[in-house]
Design a protein around this ligand. Structure first.
Ligand SMILES: Nc1ncnc2c1ncn2[C@@H]1O[C@H](COP(=O)(O)OP(=O)(O)OP(=O)(O)O)[C@@H](O)[C@H]1O
Ligand SMILES: Nc1ncnc2c1ncn2[C@@H]1O[C@H](COP(=O)(O)OP(=O)(O)OP(=O)(O)O)[C@@H](O)[C@H]1O
Ligand SMILES: [Mg+2]
Ligand SMILES: [Mg+2]
Lengths: 161, 168, 161, 168
């Protein structure tokens, strides 16, 4: 299985190197294997991300939104190598600004032919990209019910029963 | 193996029988804080075989059973059923003849569990094996829980390796 | 100093018990001291929160937004006992829905007579409650500059130089 | 001790001298992802005496010095100055005569640090003592970094105790 891991790693890192610059509109990114050690005989995986115009730095120096975008890029790189029939993302758009929410949505639009997406979100821009919206309400305190939802123009998301 | 339908009863805050149809490719789940959105994700992971109560935000597995509210008493059982469509051809050979597959999981306060595939009793192993190799599974890279998107970034290198091993 | 800790704890927990039901519009909340143990001779602090209509449960069962609101309530309870001249909050409103963002802002409005608030946010509703907005831009990649900002009606926040 | 003004130079992504005036009670800082908003918070915590590079998201304290971009070479020094107003009367006795207090911190790539209060050289201890008992300090409950709001909830009980001890 080591051979399979190495093959998959090579494919995922190829995807990562092309996907991240598209998400960040420039810059570069790379996956690297760490040196095996006594404690961890199997090599681990390091992420290196360089947003456009910046120096290549350790991922901890990235901002909250840049980290979330890089993480989405990493997950999707795995996804593109081994698509799974469905993908569930719970408020991954919370740290993203409006520009990055659109980029995240474009990524979904490119992958949706192979997989189904279930997105939990508070962000109106993300809601606008959904084909179907389900509302969950707790009109009776402590009891969840589902309702069907239609996005109305500028007012809040309308919950219909 | 796209998701067609989810049915919940007595699972966390979904005390009454609830059906959610997933008839589209991009589905949004919205609602106020605390209304039960992440509980839907927990339900999907649970029926697919999740065994860790902590990763379902509880202390004991019993925490998934509706534990009461001001107006309703606690229930004695939680049940979730998840129906997949087999149109995309990703289906284990023994289920090739079916147009859809339904997996069901029940937990009683007594601690007893039941698992079913297409209404026939089976073991947890059978459910986990159903998903082997498809890229989905209760811990797979295809389900990102709330607050866990940073996991891939803040994780140790050997934990990130696990994500790639799943896809291998 | 143990006596001082106990006095402060008593004051903070009084505040917590009255503030949380106001934030959650009902329910109840309590701070408790844990039993001292060999490992931890000093008692620790436990938070118990019961949103309206729900059973009192361990704080880990709360939702993402409920946890953030409870945490804000805890911080402000300390704040009300020992106000500090300024308070800096970096995107604490990210997990909150629109209703809870308004409640969070009301809490700030009640405390602002004693302290100055610096809020980092992507949320328009929070921006609307600020008296002064500073924009940070990176028009030259990798270089941060500040600009003054005016909220314009429906379009995006206008960055002026 | 309300904040009146922050001046940064060579601190993280603020390579050129930058002045931020805080002339209001509720101030918002906005801008796209990665533009430098949280770096402003790091600058305030650093000048107030923060000694842990890790809590400023770096590996070594040198990581706070501007390390270059496509168009600019790295700098050799980072400097931050923070000016407080003393109008609210919260001020240590030895500074009672001043209408404002400015604290300054510099770090050179050589590792050398300088601290100043109202342009007079001092030690780190003097800066930390300035804030003792006021409820502010680089680790106080009054500065919540990004992603740390859950800290109070997910922390261990003995860590939460620390937050209250600070206010005692
Ligand atoms: N066994 C249970 N019985 C009843 N209610 C439960 C049970 N387990 C969890 N809950 C309730 O479910 C609620 C949390 O729901 P959930 O985490 O799905 O909210 P959410 O819609 O994701 O909110 P957010 O937008 O804040 O993330 C909690 O308030 C909790 O009290
Ligand atoms: N020493 C340094 N020199 C140059 N740039 C640096 C330095 N340290 C950090 N940075 C840059 O600062 C950026 C992060 O800024 P910051 O965390 O303030 O963003 P932010 O505005 O808070 O974004 P978000 O909305 O995503 O939280 C990173 O892209 C990083 O490359
Ligand atoms: Mg949630
Ligand atoms: Mg930030």
């Amino acid at each position: 299985t080591l051979k399979r891991f190495e093959e998959t790693f090579a494919l995922v890192s190829q995807r990562f190197e092309t996907l991240l610059p598209r998400l960040f509109r420039g810059g570069r990114a790379e996956l690297r294997l760490t040196e095996p050690s006594e404690e961890h005989p199997n090599p681990g995986v390091e992420l290196l991300v360089q947003p456009p115009g910046k120096k290549l730095s350790h991922i901890s120096l990235l901002s909250g939104g840049e980290k979330a975008l890089a993480a989405v890029g990493f997950i999707f790189s795995i996804f593109l190598v081994k698509p799974s029939p469905f993908c569930i993302l719970d408020e991954v758009d919370a740290p993203l600004d409006d520009v990055n929410v659109e980029r995240f949505q474009q990524l979904i639009a490119e992958t949706v032919s192979r997989s189904q997406f279930i997105l939990i979100t508070h962000n109106r821009r993300t809601m606008e990209h959904c084909q179907l919206l389900y509302g969950v309400t707790m009109q009776e305190p402590g009891i969840s019910r589902t309702v069907s939802v239609r996005l109305q123009d500028d007012s809040d998301v309308a919950l219909a029963s | 193996m796209k998701i067609k339908r989810l049915e919940l009863m007595g699972f966390k805050s979904f005390v009454d029988p609830t059906v959610v149809n997933f008839d589209a490719s991009i589905i949004g789940i919205v609602g106020p804080n605390g209304c039960g959105k992440s509980n839907v994700v927990d339900a999907i992971r649970w029926v697919m075989g999740e065994q860790s109560a902590k990763s379902l935000r509880g202390h004991a597995m019993e925490d998934v059973i509706f534990n009461g509210s001001d107006s309703r008493p606690p229930l004695g059982m939680a049940e979730v059923a998840l129906t997949f469509s087999t149109e995309d051809g990703i289906v284990p050979p023994e289920y090739a003849g079916f147009s859809e597959i339904t997996i069901t999981r029940r937990l009683y306060r007594s601690g007893e569990s039941e698992y079913l595939i297409n209404k026939t009793a089976c073991r947890l192993r059978d459910i986990v094996e159903l998903f082997l190799g498809t890229g989905v599974g209760h811990r797979a890279y295809s389900v990102i829980e709330q607050g866990r998107i940073d996991f891939a970034i803040n994780a140790k290198p050997e934990d990130r390796r696990l994500l790639i091993e799943e896809a291998a």
